[in-house]
Design a binder for this molecule. Structure first.
Ligand code: FAD
Length: 185
């Protein structure tokens, strides 16, 4: 059994998951290489508590890598009624940049702030054009560019989450405002 976040807003027709193929990973490799359109899988009902708590407060959604999936679902849902959202996506480079076009187009249409960090850009990746900043999501950036009174939602690799959470705490964000989902048990 494996757990996957819903990566699409709630709707009556479909559940969408988005799975990163992990080297040596049993189920993610199976889903990529063996499952075909029209196949059925057995699944439990969706469950979890990683949802936007307050529909009015500013929200900052900060993802690392494939941790973007639950935050993308939140972006779809929340951007249908408001635009006080800041979407921050950290990935390695353009070869591992999930949902780039979807997020850019929502941000453009809805007037939402969208910031992208590449930790290891390719030679062809141009800062300021393909992405905003080289490196990791860092203290100076958060201090100067983010409303620290917002509600924060984080999802990504454990190291990334620890780093972002401790930076937010150092900047004085109350721990009750920091929400996260771990992709490991
Ligand atoms: C709440 C939650 C939400 C999630 N949402 C998503 C999502 O939206 N999208 C997504 O892609 N993932 C998501 N995940 C992660 C997902 O559940 C799986 O953990 C992931 O797909 C890897 O599963 P796997 O079967 O491919 O890898 P596994 O076979 O479980 O292996 C995991 C890792 O362990 C290594 N490994 C396996 N066996 C060994 C061994 N014997 N010795 C050493 N190393 C080994 C593998 O190389 C791999 O790196 C989520 C997890 C949680 C808990």
């Amino acid at each position: 059994m494996r757990t996957y976040s819903l990566s699409m807003f709630p709707n009556d027709d479909t559940y969408r998951i988005s799975v990163k193929k992990i080297d040596g990973g049993l189920i993610s490799t199976y889903l990529h290489e063996n499952l075909n359109i029209g196949d059925s899988i057995e699944a439990m009902i969706p469950m979890g508590v990683f949802t936007v708590k307050d529909k009015k407060n500013d929200i900052v959604l900060i993802s690392g890598g494939i941790g973007v999936t639950p935050l993308l679902a939140m972006l779809y849902e929340e951007s249908s009624t408001r635009n006080n959202i800041h979407f921050i996506q950290a990935v390695q480079n353009s070869s591992l940049h999930p949902f780039k076009n979807d997020i850019e187009s929502i941000a453009k249409i809805k007037g939402i702030k969208n910031t992208v960090f590449y930790s290891n850009p390719l030679d062809s990746d141009k800062e300021g054009i393909d992405y905003n900043f080289t490196g990791y999501v860092n203290k100076n950036y958060l201090k100067d560019n983010v409303n620290l009174d917002s509600d924060f939602y984080l999802c990504g690799p454990p190291v990334f989450m620890k780093a972002v959470e401790s930076t937010l705490l150092e900047l004085g964000v109350d721990s009750s405002k920091i929400n996260y989902e771990l992709f490991s048990k």
